[in-house]
Ligand binder design. Structure first.
Ligand SMILES: [Zn+2]
Length: 232
């Protein structure tokens, strides 16, 4: 039995905190690496993904988001699948920064998508929900002429209070926190860890050593390999 599985067997409440790194194996680029989303533009990517860009230049926002962020044929990988299995097998939860919907697609119980989900789209004028495939064809809502948008948290927007409250509750319960696919540098997601119990154990899985803004044990291995070895 691997170190991670032993830790999971001992824990009463497990919490996975995930970021872009868990989806790169599914062919979705991360944000900040050499081949990441942020290298796909000469404009400041944080502007392109901001509320002000959506408001002032909706066509520019639409162009960037629909060309570079939607991967509707991407499939969950072994990391999503094993985490999903863990949520059925243990008292385990997932909080993700990802907006790709892959934890949901893998059948994760009660996944908390901290920044929302690109595949939920609504009209800013009439609030109607619209199929993302319609959005990929046209940013204008055919019924009312309003501008559509994905239900994700943009730069300049705040996390919904209910999402924050749920996240904090999960942090406060967990006695094992498994950090995967993120170096926990982007706030407010990174700040969630401060709500953990003082006795909670933290394990971070990453190919290279990362400096975590808190203590914890590192598993220096490819996350896909680590999760493949979990036996349940
Ligand atoms: Zn509308």
């Amino acid at each position: 039995m691997t170190y991670l599985q032993k830790m999971m067997e001992k824990a009463e409440h497990i919490l996975f905190l995930t970021g872009a790194g868990v989806s790169t194996t599914s062919g979705i680029p991360d944000y900040r690496s050499k081949t990441g989303l942020y290298t796909q533009t000469t404009t400041d990517p944080e502007y392109l993904l901001s509320q002000s860009c959506l408001r002032q230049e909706p066509a520019v926002f639409y162009d960037f988001v629909t060309k570079h962020m939607y991967y509707p044929t991407a499939k969950p990988n072994i990391i999503h699948e094993k985490m999903a299995a863990a949520t059925h097998h243990y008292d385990a939860h997932v909080i993700t920064q990802n907006v790709d919907g892959l934890h949901q697609a893998a059948g994760t119980k009660d996944v908390l998508e901290f920044h929302g989900d690109l595949y939920h789209v609504y009209c800013q004028k009439c609030n109607e929900q619209v199929d993302y495939r319609e959005y990929l064809k046209n940013m204008v809502h055919q019924h009312c002429g309003g501008i559509l948008r994905p239900d994700v948290v943009l730069y300049g927007e705040t996390i919904k209070q209910q999402v924050l409250d749920t996240a904090i509750t999960l942090l406060a319960q967990a006695d094992l926190i498994v950090v995967c696919g993120t170096s926990l540098r982007v706030y407010p997601f990174a700040g969630l860890v401060q709500y953990r119990k003082s006795t909670a154990q933290i394990v971070a899985i990453n190919r290279e050593k990362i400096t975590l803004p808190f203590g914890g044990k590192m598993i220096l291995e490819d996350a896909a390999k680590v999760f493949t070895k979990l036996d349940f």
